[in-house]
Design a protein around this ligand. Structure first.
Ligand code: HEC
Length: 132
């Protein structure tokens, strides 16, 4: 066999093995399946009653939508989701949300102590779980 043909055969052989190896390994990913992010029913009720009006994709306010879209939480990357969860636990702890100005008009939106505690505890726990 001529030297050039031999070299070509070896390179082609290597290439074919490499392609086979790569496709085999991409078809059977070894990493664990993505953690599915779900919001528990009771937390979702708080969101729906007190937060969702401003923080959903169809809300009017641009500022509130830029900061948090509750309906988009499950689609966020892990890093972004952790950031949002931490922000939620912070505003719940501080009772910063809903905004004071809004509550002056609609006091029924005020978070009760239990709701604030539940939101904060859930968000902190969910964020901690994501970091593991
Ligand atoms: C009346 C509309 C309205 C309601 C109701 C509301 N928010 Fe907001 N929210 C806003 C606005 C406006 C901003 C942006 C504030 C800013 O940029 O200063 C915001 C910002 C936030 C932020 C980002 C804070 C930061 O500093 O990054 C979080 C988290 C948040 N809201 C959570 C909530 C939660 C949880 C609830 C329900 C308990 C809620 N919001 C209810 C209007 C609302």
């Amino acid at each position: 066999m001529n030297k050039r043909i031999l070299t070509f055969t070896i390179i082609a052989g290597l290439f074919i093995s490499l392609t086979a190896f790569v496709s085999k390994n991409t078809q059977r990913p070894l990493e664990k399946p993505k953690t599915v992010f779900t919001i528990p029913e009771d937390v979702n009720t708080i969101f729906q009653n007190k937060c969702f009006d401003c923080h959903n994709v169809n809300a009017d306010g641009e500022k509130s939508k830029k900061k948090l879209l509750i309906d988009k939480l499950p689609t966020l990357s892990k890093a972004k989701l952790i950031g949002k969860l931490d922000a939620i636990s912070e505003v719940a702890d501080e009772k910063e949300m809903p905004p004071e100005k809004f509550l002056a008009k609609y006091p029924e939106y005020t978070l009760t102590d239990d709701e604030a505690k539940r939101l904060s505890e859930w968000a902190t726990a969910a964020s901690d779980k994501m970091m593991k």
